[in-house]
Design a protein around this ligand. Sequence first.
Ligand code: PGA
Length: 218
Amino acid sequence: MRYFIANWKAEKNLEQCLGWMDEFSRIYHPESFTDLEVVICPPLPYLLTIKNRYQARLPRVKFGAQDISRFDRGKYTGETTAAMLEKIADYVIIGHSERRRWLGETDDQILKKSQQAHRYGIKTVVCLSSIHQAVPPETDLLAYEPVDAIASGNNYPVQTVIDFRSQIRLAPTTAFLYGGSVNSANIQTYLSTAQIDGLLIGTASLQGCEFMACLPKK
Ligand code: PGA
């Protein structure tokens, strides 16, 4: 199984999200692809609307949140808990370097978020930019995302990504992804090795046709 995760970050309004989904619904024919999991992670306020509108048209596409609360429930103004996302988000991105940097997220908070997600049946995509960051137990997908590769056009060489993988302890069930300036022109280098199970794609996922061009045809 190969994973292709579209991370739209805080880049789109509702109209733009729906326009992307309309275009993607027209051009994506899952029967042309084998053994791949496409996960779309829109801004959270639009997740349910998008899922409700497009799930029937895109039955094999999964949807994800870009973050989740570390709290279960209670007096935590503004938080979106795993219980709220249960049955809405199939996946959740946890510990993205932008959240670690701009919102001060710590390994301990990331561990709690991961526990919450699993408690409510949501698969986790944990982002790591350094081998010194902790990998929560039972991580479903681990994404290596070097900070200077993200949205910079400087994607890391495939061998550097493989070397990173060899330095971390991965459970046999954890898939290993790379993210950082992946696009349709360079994605093939990552797909050519069995040691990379998928890609987390930011900038190149913002245009439906460019994201589509990243998916390997059979
Ligand atoms: P990028 O973002 O593809 O724009 O580098 C990847 C990410 O931050 O998930």
